[in-house]
Ligand binder design. Structure first.
Ligand code: HEC
Ligand code: HEC
Ligand code: HEC
Ligand code: HEC
Ligand code: HEC
Length: 388
């Protein structure tokens, strides 16, 4: 049933493409590409009424279509999107990666033109129709996926437990080295959170075990059953069918499994949303990072998630990220391997705002272990936090 309805949907899409110069202009016809060196325009507006394109309005309202976003404008002054960024930040780059431009799949062969977004034919082309596997930054390939494979190809982060371990190999755990740097997973790595220890997206401490893929009730356990695939918003009304008190996106953060009486963040409240347990542990991890940096690395640190490169020297040692401290030359440099691991996990959680729905247990496990690892060296209390 599902298969045939997909076939119908996609043959409809094919007819639509054939009928629509607007969409056709985005289809990577090999002959067409061979003839021209100029980048193809992403859209040729006005040739087909937008109202005739299915899901156009939903898509147009989504961040994927927001051509003014930093995620698509970042390279304007460079003139092209470099090959190592193009897979996720440009329409032709993604098509190149999946092989829809006729080049081998799994690699972006050349820089992509600027000025594109995540368009219809980014997600819908000859290769994505059959896309069932996704390789994550750890090198692990997940197979037998459905339409969500498209999402996970971009929303997977750019680092992993494996790359963090490799970068820290050979360094002394508590010795500051100017050869070390902060490792950033990148943004909205929802796919990596969702797959948990299967793809090792967060830093996993070697002597611990971690939960695998998120096990929320089917079918509400994939990107495109919880999110509308075109609008990208969470389907809140569907969540409300099972979760009492859910009325809007904000109230999703109050959801908690009724049977779960564990106090993960140790604040005495076992009825707060699972999102609040995550924030509680996140706050404790920050305090632990600050304490360790000061006492072991002898350099106070502050974090600000909206300012690159996120960790800064706390010049006035007041524990707070002040505006004048948030400058690139003032970035924090006193890294030790133990601090890099904890900071990596801190950012991993900070940059997945839906993490409480993507895999709460995985996030709480890596934060608990990061706090415990720092606590072995600095004067930090584990309190009554509980590891899931
Ligand atoms: C595996 C996919 C992937 C790759 C590769 C990738 N990014 Fe991203 N990037 C994303 C996603 C997903 C976002 C989400 C952005 C958002 O919603 O703001 C993002 C966001 C960004 C943003 C916007 C951040 C903000 O504050 O709004 C910048 C800048 C960025 N990436 C730079 C880069 C650069 C530079 C490269 C290449 C060195 C790169 N990215 C490679 C997936 C990727
Ligand atoms: C971010 C990726 C993405 C973008 C962008 C996107 N789609 Fe989709 N679309 C999907 C996914 C995923 C599915 C579900 C496919 C599946 O279940 O295998 C889908 C399904 C569809 C379907 C079938 C609907 C159904 O009910 O089965 C149509 C038609 C469609 N998209 C048209 C479009 C058009 C037209 C655009 C541009 C205006 C567009 N899509 C943009 C990801 C995308
Ligand atoms: C080609 C890469 C790519 C694909 C494929 C992709 N995304 Fe995205 N996604 C992005 C980028 C880049 C952004 C940031 C856009 C922006 O800042 O305007 C983003 C933003 C988002 C956001 C909003 C984040 C925010 O800032 O609020 C959601 C939710 C999302 N994507 C979900 C999905 C889902 C679900 C799918 C699969 C149907 C998908 N994405 C497929 C690259 C991709
Ligand atoms: C169990 C349901 C569920 C699943 C499965 C799920 N998400 Fe989410 N996602 C959410 C919720 C809930 C939020 C938080 C929305 C909010 O707080 O506004 C969220 C947030 C996000 C965000 C950040 C958006 C923002 O505005 O901050 C992105 C990006 C995202 N999800 C992408 C994905 C991708 C990609 C997948 C598949 C790998 C996925 N999600 C799977 C429920 C889900
Ligand atoms: C068919 C019923 C059903 C629907 C629909 C549903 N959920 Fe759930 N959800 C559950 C059940 C049951 C649990 C408790 C699982 C358990 O404890 O094993 C749960 C647990 C959760 C949790 C808490 C996880 C934890 O670790 O405590 C979150 C967050 C959540 N759901 C988010 C969502 C979101 C977001 C949606 C909508 C996209 C949604 N759910 C739709 C049944 C549902």
């Amino acid at each position: 049933m599902k298969f045939s309805s997909r076939v119908v949907a996609f043959s409809f899409l094919t007819i639509l493409c054939a009928a629509s110069p607007l969409i056709l202009s985005m289809v990577p016809l090999r002959a067409q590409e061979a003839q021209t060196t100029a980048p193809q325009p992403e859209m040729t507006p006005g040739m087909v009424p937008e109202s005739e394109i299915p899901f156009y309005t939903d898509w147009a309202s989504s961040p994927h279509a927001d051509s003014s976003s930093e995620a698509f404008r970042h390279w304007d002054s460079e003139g092209t999107v470099p090959a190592n960024c193009a897979k996720c930040h440009s329409a032709p780059g993604f098509r190149d990666f999946v092989g829809a431009d006729g080049t081998p799949a799994g690699v972006v062969d050349q820089p992509a033109p600027i000025g594109t977004v995540v368009s219809c034919v980014t997600c819908h082309n000859s290769e994505t129709v059959n896309l069932k596997t996704v390789t994550f930054p750890s090198g692990v390939t997940v197979a037998n996926l459905g339409g969500e494979a498209i999402c996970m190809t971009c929303h997977q982060g750019r680092e992993s437990s494996d790359s963090v371990s490799a970068a820290l190999a050979g360094f002394d755990d508590d010795v500051v080295s100017d050869k070390l740097r902060f490792i950033n997973v990148h943004y909205f790595a929802a796919g990596a959170t969702l797959m948990g220890s299967v793809v090792r997206g967060a830093y996993q401490y070697p002597d611990k075990t971690y939960v695998g893929q998120e096990t929320h009730v089917p079918p509400f356990n994939t990107c495109i059953t919880c999110h509308d695939m075109h609008e990208t918003k969470v389907k809140v009304e569907q969540c409300a069918a099972c979760h009492q008190g859910v009325t809007d996106e904000a109230s999703l953060r109050n959801i908690r499994s009724g049977m779960d009486k564990n106090d993960y963040d140790g604040d005495g409240d076992v009825s707060e949303g699972i999102a609040a347990e995550i924030s509680g542990l996140h706050g404790q991890l920050y305090a632990a990072i600050q304490s360790y940096a000061k006492t072991v690395a002898n350099t106070p640190v502050v974090y600000e998630g909206h300012s690159y490169p996120y960790f800064f020297l706390d010049s006035n040692d007041n524990g707070v990220a002040d505006a004048e401290e948030l400058k690139v030359p003032n970035q924090f440099k006193a890294w030790t391997p133990r601090l890099v691991r904890a900071a990596y996990n801190y950012q991993f959680v900070a940059k997945d705002t839906g993490g409480y729905s993507h895999n709460a247990a995985y996030l709480m496990q890596v934060m608990y272990d990061s706090i415990e690892d720092l606590a072995g060296k600095a004067d930090i209390q584990m309190g009554s936090a509980q590891r899931p």
